[in-house]
Design a protein around this ligand. Structure first.
Ligand code: 5GP
Ligand code: ZN
Length: 112
């Protein structure tokens, strides 16, 4: 999408600290980290949120979780949180599906 922030990062129109890229996904550091490790795992395909994914996206959704596990392993994260905010009421502020990978500090539950 032309004016979507994360699509623009995928197209390298906006700089980001990229830590992983493959055919389907891009991972970069969150600009406002909420933990010592705070990565955003983003599909290159524009999906507004998890609710916009269809059955055709099953493999893509699985891939994003595998990428999270690979990065957690590479970063020796024994504990981490993988979360997606779906909708404004849940805290979603960028309308392009993304998973937050957070690690490096104790996590509270519920997240609030
Ligand atoms: P959400 O609030 O939609 O769940 O998460 C969006 C995340 O994107 C936030 O954690 C926010 O800090 C991050 N973010 C917003 N704008 C930018 C940006 O321009 N670059 C990067 N790297 N992260 C961003
Ligand atoms: Zn997008």
């Amino acid at each position: 999408m032309a004016d979507c922030l994360f699509c623009r990062i995928v197209r390298r129109e906006i700089p980001a600290q990229i830590v992983h890229e493959d055919e389907q996904a891009l991972v970069f550091k969150d600009i406002s980290p909420q933990a010592p490790t705070h990565l955003l795992i983003v599909p290159k395909k524009h999906l507004g949120s998890l609710l916009d994914a269809s059955d055709d996206d099953r493999a893509l959704l699985g891939h994003l979780q595998r990428v999270a596990c690979l990065l957690a392993g590479a970063g020796r994260m024994s504990s981490f949180r993988l979360v997606t905010n779906n909708g404004k009421g849940a805290g979603q502020s960028v309308d392009h599906l993304h998973y937050h990978l957070l690690a490096g500090r104790p996590m509270q539950w519920p997240p609030g």
